[in-house]
Design a protein around this ligand. Sequence first.
Ligand code: IMP
Length: 197
Amino acid sequence: MKLIFATNNKGKLREVTQILKPLGCEVIGLSEAVGELEIPETGNTLEANASIKASTVYNITGLPVIADDSGLEVEALSGAPGVFSARYAGENCSYDDNNRKIISELSDFPIPYKSQFKCCAIFFDGAKIIQALGTLKGELILEQRGKNGFGYDPLFIPDGYEKTLAEMSAEQKNSISHRARAFNSLFEQMKSEGVLK
Ligand code: IMP
């Protein structure tokens, strides 16, 4: 089955392509499917933003779409940056800008810096909407470690591990990540609803 993944984020595209390969799904990124397209994330929740991305791209292509919205919630920051994770340090900021902002804000708080990644994954084909959530709990550290992954990965150590997500291989991150959990659960539901044979 061919699915358009409504994302411009190369890190996410790499991860989801790898997660869905064993399920026999071909994942096509947004730029390949429709060219340049920025979808405004105007929702206040991960669910709302994932749904905006999926319906926008379905309305343009008429093809089955998967989309996600994800973010990091930090307990000491009352759940921030949450739905604003991508632009925490401002519009057009880099991953490094976001990481430096979190480090500076957390330095006033005592350890541990309990946090969780959340991902809402959605499938939409014009008739059916299927939705799933995935969570990964862990702690942040105040120095960046590792070069793999993307976003806040160099600061995040999952519970039960010593390495940051950016020090893990792609396979290891994909075996535990919030995104893998959300998409694996989405695909289980797609199978049981007969969308995916
Ligand atoms: P969005 O889902 O495109 O709105 O943005 C999600 C943002 O959350 C990313 O730009 C990252 O900053 C952060 N994020 C989401 N998932 C991950 C992950 O797996 N690792 C690190 N950062 C992530």
